[in-house]
Design a protein around this ligand. Structure first.
Ligand code: GLP
Length: 258
């Protein structure tokens, strides 16, 4: 296998695994370690995270019950984002995704998984409330991130400054198309707005873990990691974080070596 030559790799911060399941195993181990250290987790949604959360569930379920309970009792995580207008009862909401992936199977206590409230009457005020709640909790120790096909992280759509804060914003057409599968395949059924942590809250996390799989992400991952940071590729701001680690499969890392 040809290893990509990137500054991140030279610093040992890019890990390339053969396939998504191997990526998931690496990331799940890191999440488990973080839970043992009582870290506050920043969590993400999306298809990339499904095998990650499956691997985490599996590891937790293999632990003796008292150990598992001790780890799960202290669970307090903050998700990146939520669609405006959707609540936990809507199967396409990120709240429902998190409940299905982790909350239900791990029997987490109500309130353990925090997300912006998509049903809030005033989404701008809700974004401020959510940012304040995160700050009051002490910020994020380990932030898990996926990568949007247009370079977004969370829902920080391009163009986006590194200083952007938690806010309610308009989703791009590209993102509504990318996420249409959860809405019966119809991009028009995807909500027009979302609440997202901003690049500033994401970059304030103590550690970042960017997880990218699949050939469809190869070009945008190359731009995010190898081009100078710029507003057109919000994920490129992550290069500036001293504790960024990237875990990718070979398909997603394919464009990093040329
Ligand atoms: C979504 C989420 C992001 C996620 C990204 C990638 O829109 N807001 O947090 O990382 O897009 O999604 P996927 O993993 O399904 O490709």
């Amino acid at each position: 296998m040809i290893l990509p030559r990137t500054p991140l790799l030279v610093q040992g911060r890019l890990r390339v695994e053969p396939h998504p399941e191997a990526v998931a195993a690496v990331v799940a181990e890191q999440l488990l370690t973080a839970l043992r250290q009582r870290a506050r987790l920043g969590l993400a949604t999306g298809r990339t995270m499904e095998p990650v959360y499956a691997a985490l569930r599996e590891r937790l379920q293999q632990l003796p019950a008292p150990q598992r309970r001790a780890l799960l009792e202290g669970w307090r995580s903050f998700n990146l984002d939520e669609y405006v207008g959707l609540g936990p009862a809507d199967p396409a909401s990120f709240a429902a995704f998190m409940q299905q992936q982790l909350g239900g199977p791990l029997a987490l206590e109500p309130g353990a998984l925090q997300l912006p409230d998509g049903r809030a009457a005033d989404p701008d005020a809700e974004a401020l409330r959510y940012a304040a709640a995160l700050a009051a909790a002490g910020g994020i120790d380990l932030q898990l991130l996926g990568l949007g096909s247009n370079g977004h992280v969370g829902f920080n759509e391009p163009p986006c400054s590194a200083l952007a804060a938690c806010r309610c914003l308009q989703l791009s057409q590209a993102t509504r198309e990318q996420n249409a599968a959860a809405f019966g395949g119809d991009p028009a059924a995807v909500p027009e707005r979302a609440i997202t942590l901003g690049m500033s809250e994401i970059l304030a996390a103590r550690r970042l873990l960017l997880v990218v799989t699949g050939a469809a992400k190869a070009q945008i991952l190359r731009r995010a990691l190898l081009e100078p940071p710029c507003a057109q590729v919000p994920a490129s701001w992550l290069q500036q974080h001293p504790q960024l680690e990237v875990v990718a499969d070979q398909a997603a890392a394919a464009a990093l070596s040329h």
